[in-house]
Structure formats: C-alpha cells, structure tokens
Design a protein around this ligand. Structure first.
Ligand code: ZN
Length: 434
C-alpha cells in the first residue's frame, strides 16, 4: 500500500513538473530535457539507473528498468509523455505553468495530460525503494518527448533506435483510461482503454484552370475542393464496431440492465444516455474537414485549392477508409496522408486487464469498470511496433461535475489532490500484482 510519503510526493512532483515548461509548439519547437532530468533524478533517488536518450539535442527521453522477482515473466512497460500543448496565460484563472495547489486541486498545463501520471509513476517507484518491494514482472519506466507532435523525437525514436531497452515487454500502460465517469444518475463508470483508432491526417488538393473571376470556368479548383470537402463532411460512415467497442457496449448495457443488442448499435447508444459519450466516437470511422486554403484575390480564380481533414479509422477499417476517401474526393481532387498512425486493439480477456480492473475495484468498490476504445491516439502506437499491446490506464477518482474530457488541452486544466492519491494507490496495487 502506498505510504504517506508517496501521497505527498505525487502532489509535489505533479506541481514541479508543471512548473517546468515543456510546451510543444510542433515542428521541433520544444525542450523536454529539464523535465527529463527531473524525472531521472527522482528515479536515481530510488536506486535505479535511468538513461537519458535524445535524438535531437534538448528533446530528452528517460528509460529505466526495475527488475521483477519472476525472471520468467514478461516485462511491462509504463510510459508517460513529458511534453504538453501550448497554453494562453490570459485565458486562465491561474498561470498555466504555476503548478499552484489551491483548495485541494493542482492547477496547470499537464495536470491531466499527463504530468499527473508521470508523477504517479515516480511516486510509486520511489515508494517501492523505501519498502524494499520488487514487482513480479520487470517494469520498464519510460518518460517520452514529443507525444503532442509527431513522436519522432520521443516514443518513435525509442522504438526505432533503442528496442533493446524494451526487451521482454509484451504490454504497456499509459494515458487516458481508468478515470471516473459520472453519468449524472449516481453511477460511476471507470472506462479502461483497450484500443485506439488509427490516425489519418489528410491533405486534399484540387487542381483546375486558373483565370479571370468574371469568365465562365467549369474547372474552378475552389468549387471542386469545396464540393469534395462537403461530401466528406456530410458523409455518414457505416457502423464498424470492433471487438473492444462491442465489449464496451456489452459492458455498458450490463451496467444499465439493457439488452446488449448489437444489431441496433445506434438504438443502444440512445438508451445509454450520457454514457454513450464513451463509445459514440468509436463505433465508426470519421473524417472531419479542419483547414481550407485557396486563392489570393477575389477576382482571380486560383489554379489550386487545398484542404486538410482529420481522419480516424478503426482497427480493421483502414482499407475501407482509403477507398471511401477515393470515392468522396472524386476525379478532380487528390488526397494523401500527411500523417498516418496505426489503429490498435488490446484484448479485454487478458490477465493484465483483469489485474487493472481488480486494482480499480479495490479502491472504488462502487465503480463499474468497462473497456473502451480511444477516439484518438497516444504513444502506444509507436511502442506497438515492438509488439507491445497498449492499454490506457491512468487511474483517477474524480468528483461529480469535474469535466475530465474538457481538461485535455483545455483552459484551467487541473487535477484534484484526491484523484492523484487514488491514482498512486491503484497504480501501486496494479503494478505489484500485474
Ligand atoms: Zn497526452
């Protein structure tokens, strides 16, 4: 059981890490090294030998291994990213990099995504050193750079250039699962992530005949692009519930005493009420137009028009995604991936999933643990190249009225101290027994 010092440390570490500004503005504009050094120092204080690894100067990652008591067991990866998305101080109630603890809440960019988990990992590992505890499995701890951009300096670099550090790892845990979801009727659900949709960020290019804005022009690139964008935005993607999503629907149906009728997924979603939010973005592929760029003067028809689309596809549904985009864009508009990442699926009947569920249930006996698929992606995609199955497990017990999803990349990102304490207890319990 996590001791008092671990509970104090998780709050201090969260706050300290927030104060180290690791804003990732994209395109290489970020410096995680001071946060990596901080994490490495805490690990060294626990008797470990952390390694700092950089592909690019200043973009440091940290990896350390804790030897388990059972050498025949597979290793487990526990990872968290050190970078955060930008924050506009003027919009915030407190300075986003103050790490202020006020009325039992830690405030700042990264409080939820995901310096909280980084701090929980450090606090748990240091607690083990004090108590002389060894987990059963080898636990590899990794703190990564660049998750909020391309991961090229972070998990992608570690997976490609340092696979030896993850030898024996078969499973991994990281962000965005095991938090309290309140449905408004008093029920508490703990969604545990067992999959991620794939990422397909697209660039659309329409070509046409440039010319005077007053002349007849049936080959107008702007018109062609706008038509394609409209078709994509209006398209109703067919239902493609994967194994994880079906398990999520079945789990939620059980919580609500409903018939898990998967022949009518939309009907089931309606009956689930607020809890439908946990699944509705993952029952089908999606493609949302997000950027438009064309023209330079009102009386000039440009020869080219460009748009960007945020596409996401479910495991097993990427071919359909591509074919559908071919069809929706049509003959006059080309499309290409500017960024593509795989979709993931993790088994919910695995012993590791059961250990995670038990750890939550021990400290949240009223909670209903159900699997879910993340609509977006994490570093788990990079580590999947090493054969590591990823789960989203960052346990947080959250009070009713606290809008967890709005905290991600949001204004006034913050985390209750009590949630961090719960997280340390559950993570400690899980990692000891995994
Ligand atoms: Zn994150």
């Amino acid at each position: 059981m996590a001791d008092e010092q671990a509970l104090d440390e998780v709050v201090r570490f969260t706050s300290d890490l927030i104060r180290i500004d690791t804003t990732n503005r994209g395109g290489g504009d970020c410096r995680e090294r001071p946060a990596a050094e901080y994490a490495a120092e805490q690990l060294a204080g626990a008797g470990l030998e952390p390694m700092l690894l950089e592909r690019t100067e200043g973009r440091a990652n940290v990896v350390a291994r804790i030897e388990g008591s059972d050498p025949s067991a597979d290793a487990l990866l526990v990872h968290g990213h050190l970078d955060v998305v930008p924050a506009q101080a003027d919009d915030w109630s407190v300075h986003p990099f103050s790490g202020e603890v006020r009325d039992g809440v830690v405030w700042g960019r990264g409080a939820v995504d995901m310096k909280n988990m980084d701090a929980m990992i450090l606090a748990v590992v240091r607690g083990w050193a004090r108590e002389g505890i060894r987990p059963r499995r080898d636990v590899v701890v990794a703190f990564t750079a660049d998750e909020e951009d391309s991961a090229r300096d972070g998990a992608g670099f570690l997976a490609d250039e340092h696979p030896e550090l993850f030898e024996g790892c078969t499973e991994g845990i990281s962000e965005s699962g095991a938090f309290t979801f309140h449905d408004g009727s008093g029920r508490q659900i703990y969604p545990l992530a067992a999959g991620e949709r794939g990422t397909g960020w697209l660039k659309l290019s329409a070509r046409g005949r440039a010319g005077h804005g007053s002349k007849v022009n049936k080959e107008n690139a702007v018109t062609r692009l706008a038509a394609a964008v409209t078709r994509i935005g209006a398209y109703e993607w067919p239902l493609r519930p994967t194994a994880t999503v079906r398990a999520a629907l079945a789990g939620l149906a059980e919580v609500y005493g409903l018939d898990a009728d998967l022949s009518d997924v939309d009907g089931l979603l309606r009956k689930l009420g607020p809890a439908a939010k946990l699944v509705e973005s993952t029952v089908r592929n999606s493609a949302n137009p997000t950027m438009l760029d064309a023209g330079y003067k009102v009386n000039v028809i440009p020869g080219e028009a460009v748009a960007h689309v945020d596409g996401r596809f479910l495991p097993g549904a990427e071919d359909e995604f591509r074919a559908t985009l071919d069809r929706l864009t049509g003959p006059d508009v080309d499309w290409e991936f500017v960024h593509r990442e795989v979709a993931l699926e993790a088994p919910v009947d695995a012993p590791t999933y059961a250990r995670m569920r038990e750890a939550i249930e021990e400290f949240a006996p009223e909670g209903h643990v159900v699997p879910y698929c993340m609509s977006g992606g994490t570093d788990a995609k990079q580590f999947s190249r090493l054969g590591i199955t990823g789960y989203g497990f960052t346990p947080l017990e959250l009070p009713e009225g606290y809008d967890y999803q709005a905290m991600f990349h949001g204004v006034d990102e913050r985390v209750p101290v009590g949630a961090l304490h719960f997280g340390v207890r559950v993570l400690d319990r899980f990692l000891r027994t995994a």
